[in-house]
Design a protein around this ligand. Structure first.
Ligand SMILES: C[S@@+](CC[C@H](N)C(=O)[O-])C[C@H]1O[C@@H](n2cnc3c(N)ncnc32)[C@H](O)[C@@H]1O
Length: 322
Protein backbone atom coordinates (compact mmCIF):
# COMPACT_ATOMS: atom_id res chain seq x y z
CA UNK A 1 0.00 0.00 0.00
CA UNK A 2 1.13 3.53 -0.76
CA UNK A 3 0.46 6.29 1.76
CA UNK A 4 0.39 10.07 1.50
CA UNK A 5 4.01 10.47 2.70
CA UNK A 6 5.26 8.02 0.06
CA UNK A 7 3.65 10.10 -2.67
CA UNK A 8 4.90 13.43 -1.31
CA UNK A 9 8.40 11.97 -1.01
CA UNK A 10 8.27 10.66 -4.58
CA UNK A 11 7.48 14.20 -5.75
CA UNK A 12 10.39 15.57 -3.73
CA UNK A 13 13.01 12.94 -4.52
CA UNK A 14 12.14 12.13 -8.13
CA UNK A 15 10.63 15.32 -9.53
CA UNK A 16 12.41 17.70 -7.15
CA UNK A 17 9.26 19.63 -6.20
CA UNK A 18 6.20 19.64 -3.93
CA UNK A 19 2.92 18.11 -5.23
CA UNK A 20 0.69 20.79 -6.76
CA UNK A 21 -2.51 19.68 -4.92
CA UNK A 22 -4.03 17.12 -2.55
CA UNK A 23 -5.90 15.71 -5.53
CA UNK A 24 -2.76 14.59 -7.35
CA UNK A 25 -1.51 13.00 -4.13
CA UNK A 26 -4.78 11.09 -3.77
CA UNK A 27 -4.55 9.93 -7.39
CA UNK A 28 -1.07 8.46 -6.86
CA UNK A 29 -2.13 6.76 -3.61
CA UNK A 30 -4.01 4.38 -5.89
CA UNK A 31 -0.66 2.81 -6.94
CA UNK A 32 -0.64 -0.84 -5.93
CA UNK A 33 2.89 -0.76 -4.51
CA UNK A 34 5.90 1.47 -3.97
CA UNK A 35 7.45 -0.12 -7.06
CA UNK A 36 4.48 0.92 -9.18
CA UNK A 37 4.59 4.43 -7.71
CA UNK A 38 8.30 4.69 -8.54
CA UNK A 39 7.75 3.53 -12.12
CA UNK A 40 4.90 6.02 -12.59
CA UNK A 41 7.21 8.87 -11.60
CA UNK A 42 10.22 7.65 -13.58
CA UNK A 43 8.00 7.14 -16.64
CA UNK A 44 6.34 10.56 -16.34
CA UNK A 45 6.77 13.15 -19.06
CA UNK A 46 7.87 15.65 -16.41
CA UNK A 47 10.74 13.43 -15.28
CA UNK A 48 11.92 12.75 -18.82
CA UNK A 49 11.77 16.43 -19.74
CA UNK A 50 13.71 17.42 -16.66
CA UNK A 51 16.26 14.67 -16.30
CA UNK A 52 16.13 11.97 -18.88
CA UNK A 53 15.85 10.77 -22.44
CA UNK A 54 13.68 7.71 -23.05
CA UNK A 55 13.31 7.11 -19.35
CA UNK A 56 17.02 6.60 -18.70
CA UNK A 57 18.98 9.22 -16.77
CA UNK A 58 20.50 11.55 -19.33
CA UNK A 59 24.18 11.16 -18.55
CA UNK A 60 24.98 13.31 -21.61
CA UNK A 61 23.62 16.26 -19.63
CA UNK A 62 26.54 15.88 -17.22
CA UNK A 63 29.20 15.59 -19.91
CA UNK A 64 31.03 18.00 -22.14
CA UNK A 65 29.54 17.66 -25.64
CA UNK A 66 31.84 16.35 -28.36
CA UNK A 67 31.32 19.24 -30.79
CA UNK A 68 33.19 21.86 -28.78
CA UNK A 69 35.44 24.36 -30.60
CA UNK A 70 39.24 24.46 -30.11
CA UNK A 71 40.70 26.52 -27.28
CA UNK A 72 43.33 29.18 -27.73
CA UNK A 73 46.06 28.24 -25.26
CA UNK A 74 49.68 29.45 -25.20
CA UNK A 75 51.85 26.58 -24.04
CA UNK A 76 55.39 27.92 -24.41
CA UNK A 77 57.27 30.31 -22.14
CA UNK A 78 60.96 31.27 -22.06
CA UNK A 79 62.97 30.49 -18.87
CA UNK A 80 62.48 33.99 -17.46
CA UNK A 81 58.73 33.92 -18.09
CA UNK A 82 58.55 30.42 -16.64
CA UNK A 83 60.20 31.61 -13.43
CA UNK A 84 57.79 34.58 -13.27
CA UNK A 85 54.84 32.19 -13.61
CA UNK A 86 56.20 29.90 -10.89
CA UNK A 87 56.85 32.87 -8.59
CA UNK A 88 53.25 33.96 -8.92
CA UNK A 89 51.90 30.46 -8.19
CA UNK A 90 54.20 30.31 -5.18
CA UNK A 91 52.89 33.64 -3.83
CA UNK A 92 49.30 32.45 -4.29
CA UNK A 93 49.80 29.13 -2.56
CA UNK A 94 51.96 30.44 0.27
CA UNK A 95 49.22 32.94 1.03
CA UNK A 96 46.68 30.07 1.19
CA UNK A 97 49.11 27.91 3.13
CA UNK A 98 49.65 30.58 5.77
CA UNK A 99 45.97 31.44 6.17
CA UNK A 100 44.08 28.19 5.75
CA UNK A 101 46.21 25.23 4.63
CA UNK A 102 43.67 22.37 4.90
CA UNK A 103 40.80 24.35 3.40
CA UNK A 104 43.01 25.38 0.46
CA UNK A 105 43.48 21.68 -0.31
CA UNK A 106 39.79 20.74 -0.09
CA UNK A 107 37.63 23.85 -0.08
CA UNK A 108 34.95 22.52 2.23
CA UNK A 109 33.84 24.74 5.13
CA UNK A 110 34.57 21.99 7.67
CA UNK A 111 38.28 22.16 6.77
CA UNK A 112 38.60 25.86 7.66
CA UNK A 113 41.21 26.55 10.34
CA UNK A 114 38.64 26.97 13.10
CA UNK A 115 36.99 23.58 12.42
CA UNK A 116 39.94 21.47 11.28
CA UNK A 117 40.82 19.91 14.64
CA UNK A 118 37.43 18.20 14.85
CA UNK A 119 37.47 17.16 11.16
CA UNK A 120 41.14 16.33 10.70
CA UNK A 121 40.80 12.56 10.66
CA UNK A 122 38.15 12.66 7.91
CA UNK A 123 40.29 15.08 5.93
CA UNK A 124 43.32 12.80 5.96
CA UNK A 125 41.24 9.66 5.46
CA UNK A 126 39.93 11.14 2.18
CA UNK A 127 43.42 10.76 0.69
CA UNK A 128 43.09 6.98 0.82
CA UNK A 129 40.84 7.23 -2.23
CA UNK A 130 43.77 8.41 -4.36
CA UNK A 131 46.04 5.66 -3.03
CA UNK A 132 43.31 3.19 -4.01
CA UNK A 133 43.17 4.66 -7.52
CA UNK A 134 46.94 4.36 -7.82
CA UNK A 135 46.70 0.68 -6.85
CA UNK A 136 43.75 -0.01 -9.12
CA UNK A 137 45.26 1.60 -12.24
CA UNK A 138 48.47 -0.35 -11.66
CA UNK A 139 46.76 -3.69 -10.96
CA UNK A 140 44.45 -3.34 -13.98
CA UNK A 141 47.43 -2.89 -16.23
CA UNK A 142 49.65 -5.67 -14.98
CA UNK A 143 52.15 -3.43 -13.18
CA UNK A 144 51.27 -3.81 -9.46
CA UNK A 145 52.56 -1.09 -7.15
CA UNK A 146 54.65 -3.72 -5.37
CA UNK A 147 56.92 -3.58 -8.47
CA UNK A 148 57.90 -0.01 -7.59
CA UNK A 149 60.03 1.36 -4.78
CA UNK A 150 60.24 5.14 -5.02
CA UNK A 151 57.41 7.62 -5.58
CA UNK A 152 57.46 11.33 -6.38
CA UNK A 153 54.32 13.27 -5.45
CA UNK A 154 54.01 16.76 -6.89
CA UNK A 155 51.92 19.17 -4.81
CA UNK A 156 51.75 17.04 -1.68
CA UNK A 157 50.11 19.92 0.22
CA UNK A 158 49.60 19.03 3.87
CA UNK A 159 50.17 15.31 3.19
CA UNK A 160 46.56 14.16 2.70
CA UNK A 161 47.59 11.69 -0.02
CA UNK A 162 51.27 11.42 0.98
CA UNK A 163 50.41 9.61 4.23
CA UNK A 164 48.74 6.84 2.22
CA UNK A 165 51.44 6.72 -0.46
CA UNK A 166 54.00 6.21 2.31
CA UNK A 167 52.29 2.90 3.08
CA UNK A 168 52.57 1.73 -0.53
CA UNK A 169 56.09 2.76 -1.53
CA UNK A 170 59.44 2.20 0.16
CA UNK A 171 60.27 5.89 -0.20
CA UNK A 172 58.27 8.96 -1.17
CA UNK A 173 59.39 12.47 -2.09
CA UNK A 174 56.63 14.98 -1.44
CA UNK A 175 57.24 18.24 -3.29
CA UNK A 176 55.27 21.43 -2.93
CA UNK A 177 55.62 25.04 -3.96
CA UNK A 178 54.35 26.32 -0.61
CA UNK A 179 56.60 26.11 2.42
CA UNK A 180 53.59 26.64 4.70
CA UNK A 181 51.80 23.55 3.38
CA UNK A 182 55.04 21.62 3.79
CA UNK A 183 55.34 22.73 7.44
CA UNK A 184 51.90 21.27 8.17
CA UNK A 185 52.76 18.14 6.17
CA UNK A 186 56.04 17.62 8.07
CA UNK A 187 54.26 17.86 11.42
CA UNK A 188 51.53 15.45 10.27
CA UNK A 189 54.12 12.90 9.12
CA UNK A 190 55.94 13.24 12.44
CA UNK A 191 52.75 12.72 14.45
CA UNK A 192 52.00 9.61 12.41
CA UNK A 193 55.51 8.23 12.83
CA UNK A 194 56.11 8.22 9.06
CA UNK A 195 59.84 7.93 8.35
CA UNK A 196 60.05 7.17 4.62
CA UNK A 197 58.93 10.55 3.21
CA UNK A 198 61.27 13.42 2.40
CA UNK A 199 59.88 16.86 1.59
CA UNK A 200 61.09 19.22 -1.07
CA UNK A 201 60.06 22.86 -1.45
CA UNK A 202 59.96 23.88 -5.12
CA UNK A 203 61.30 27.38 -5.60
CA UNK A 204 62.69 27.57 -9.10
CA UNK A 205 62.75 26.17 -12.57
CA UNK A 206 66.19 24.63 -12.17
CA UNK A 207 65.04 22.54 -9.24
CA UNK A 208 62.36 20.95 -11.41
CA UNK A 209 64.97 20.12 -14.03
CA UNK A 210 67.28 18.56 -11.45
CA UNK A 211 64.88 16.21 -9.67
CA UNK A 212 66.23 12.76 -8.73
CA UNK A 213 64.98 9.71 -10.63
CA UNK A 214 61.99 7.75 -9.31
CA UNK A 215 59.72 4.79 -10.19
CA UNK A 216 56.27 6.27 -9.77
CA UNK A 217 54.76 9.75 -10.14
CA UNK A 218 51.49 10.92 -8.55
CA UNK A 219 49.82 14.32 -8.74
CA UNK A 220 46.19 15.14 -8.02
CA UNK A 221 44.46 18.55 -8.06
CA UNK A 222 47.78 20.36 -8.46
CA UNK A 223 48.66 20.93 -12.11
CA UNK A 224 45.26 22.56 -12.62
CA UNK A 225 46.44 25.54 -10.53
CA UNK A 226 49.32 26.26 -12.92
CA UNK A 227 49.24 28.14 -16.24
CA UNK A 228 49.47 25.82 -19.29
CA UNK A 229 53.17 26.49 -20.07
CA UNK A 230 53.99 25.51 -16.47
CA UNK A 231 51.91 22.31 -16.67
CA UNK A 232 53.73 21.38 -19.86
CA UNK A 233 57.16 22.20 -18.47
CA UNK A 234 56.56 20.33 -15.21
CA UNK A 235 55.25 17.22 -16.96
CA UNK A 236 58.24 17.22 -19.30
CA UNK A 237 60.72 17.54 -16.39
CA UNK A 238 59.01 14.90 -14.27
CA UNK A 239 58.39 12.32 -16.98
CA UNK A 240 62.03 12.71 -17.96
CA UNK A 241 63.00 11.56 -14.44
CA UNK A 242 60.63 8.59 -14.40
CA UNK A 243 62.66 5.36 -14.55
CA UNK A 244 62.16 3.06 -17.55
CA UNK A 245 59.14 0.87 -16.83
CA UNK A 246 57.99 3.41 -14.22
CA UNK A 247 54.37 4.54 -14.04
CA UNK A 248 52.43 7.73 -13.35
CA UNK A 249 48.93 8.71 -12.26
CA UNK A 250 48.17 12.40 -12.65
CA UNK A 251 45.18 14.65 -13.19
CA UNK A 252 44.85 17.63 -15.51
CA UNK A 253 41.78 19.58 -16.66
CA UNK A 254 41.81 19.38 -20.45
CA UNK A 255 38.90 21.56 -21.55
CA UNK A 256 36.75 24.35 -20.18
CA UNK A 257 34.18 26.36 -22.15
CA UNK A 258 35.53 29.82 -23.01
CA UNK A 259 38.92 29.13 -21.41
CA UNK A 260 41.84 30.90 -23.10
CA UNK A 261 45.40 31.56 -22.06
CA UNK A 262 47.42 34.39 -23.55
CA UNK A 263 50.87 34.49 -21.94
CA UNK A 264 51.72 38.12 -22.65
CA UNK A 265 48.30 39.25 -21.40
CA UNK A 266 48.65 37.10 -18.28
CA UNK A 267 52.09 38.46 -17.47
CA UNK A 268 51.32 42.02 -18.66
CA UNK A 269 48.04 42.56 -16.77
CA UNK A 270 48.10 40.23 -13.78
CA UNK A 271 44.80 39.68 -11.99
CA UNK A 272 44.72 39.81 -8.16
CA UNK A 273 46.09 36.65 -6.57
CA UNK A 274 43.41 33.94 -6.40
CA UNK A 275 43.05 30.15 -6.74
CA UNK A 276 43.66 29.94 -10.48
CA UNK A 277 42.18 27.09 -12.51
CA UNK A 278 43.85 26.25 -15.81
CA UNK A 279 43.56 23.81 -18.67
CA UNK A 280 45.98 21.96 -20.93
CA UNK A 281 44.25 20.38 -23.94
CA UNK A 282 44.44 16.60 -24.27
CA UNK A 283 46.33 16.78 -27.57
CA UNK A 284 49.16 18.67 -25.82
CA UNK A 285 49.34 16.05 -23.10
CA UNK A 286 49.47 13.27 -25.66
CA UNK A 287 52.34 14.97 -27.43
CA UNK A 288 54.24 15.47 -24.14
CA UNK A 289 53.78 11.75 -23.40
CA UNK A 290 55.01 10.85 -26.83
CA UNK A 291 58.10 13.05 -26.54
CA UNK A 292 58.79 11.67 -23.05
CA UNK A 293 58.70 8.06 -24.29
CA UNK A 294 55.63 7.30 -22.18
CA UNK A 295 52.76 5.06 -23.27
CA UNK A 296 49.30 6.31 -22.46
CA UNK A 297 47.67 3.27 -20.91
CA UNK A 298 44.42 4.72 -19.58
CA UNK A 299 42.75 8.10 -19.63
CA UNK A 300 39.63 8.56 -17.50
CA UNK A 301 37.24 11.47 -17.16
CA UNK A 302 37.09 12.59 -13.56
CA UNK A 303 35.27 15.10 -11.39
CA UNK A 304 38.31 16.66 -9.70
CA UNK A 305 38.26 20.13 -11.24
CA UNK A 306 34.64 21.34 -11.22
CA UNK A 307 32.75 18.12 -10.61
CA UNK A 308 31.23 16.51 -13.69
CA UNK A 309 29.61 19.21 -15.74
CA UNK A 310 28.78 19.88 -19.40
CA UNK A 311 31.17 22.86 -19.23
CA UNK A 312 34.48 21.28 -18.48
CA UNK A 313 36.55 18.15 -18.73
CA UNK A 314 39.17 16.87 -16.33
CA UNK A 315 41.16 13.69 -16.94
CA UNK A 316 43.20 11.26 -14.89
CA UNK A 317 46.03 9.76 -16.93
CA UNK A 318 47.82 6.49 -16.28
CA UNK A 319 51.05 6.16 -18.21
CA UNK A 320 54.01 3.80 -18.31
CA UNK A 321 57.49 4.84 -19.38
CA UNK A 322 58.94 2.69 -22.15
C1 LIG B 1 44.58 21.70 -3.96
S1 LIG B 1 46.08 21.38 -3.17
C2 LIG B 1 46.19 19.61 -3.32
C3 LIG B 1 47.19 18.97 -2.38
C4 LIG B 1 47.28 17.45 -2.50
N1 LIG B 1 47.62 17.06 -3.84
C5 LIG B 1 45.98 16.80 -2.08
O1 LIG B 1 45.17 16.46 -2.96
O2 LIG B 1 45.76 16.69 -0.88
C6 LIG B 1 47.29 21.92 -4.34
C7 LIG B 1 48.70 21.85 -3.79
O3 LIG B 1 49.60 21.94 -4.89
C8 LIG B 1 50.64 22.84 -4.60
N2 LIG B 1 51.13 23.35 -5.88
C9 LIG B 1 50.49 24.12 -6.78
N3 LIG B 1 51.28 24.32 -7.84
C10 LIG B 1 52.44 23.67 -7.62
C11 LIG B 1 53.64 23.51 -8.35
N4 LIG B 1 53.82 24.07 -9.53
N5 LIG B 1 54.64 22.78 -7.81
C12 LIG B 1 54.47 22.20 -6.59
N6 LIG B 1 53.36 22.32 -5.85
C13 LIG B 1 52.34 23.05 -6.36
C14 LIG B 1 49.97 23.86 -3.68
O4 LIG B 1 50.90 24.56 -2.91
C15 LIG B 1 49.04 22.98 -2.85
O5 LIG B 1 49.69 22.47 -1.73
Amino acid sequence: MVNKDDVVNAYRYILGREPESDDVVMTHMSAASLEELRIRFLDSQEFSQKYSRSGAVDIEGFMLPQDMPPLSVDIEADPQQMQALLDRIKREWEEFGEKDPHWSVLTHASYKKKFISENKSGFFESGRFVANIVRAFSDRNGVPVENYRSCFELGCGVGRITLHLSQIFESVIGADISKFHLDVCREELRQNGVKNVSLNCITDVRQLMELPRFDFFVSMIVLQHNPPPVIKFILECILDKLNPGGAAVFQVPTYRRSYRFDLSEYIGCPSPLHMEMHVLPQSEIFSILNNSRCDLVEVREDGWADGRTPNSLSNTFFVIKK
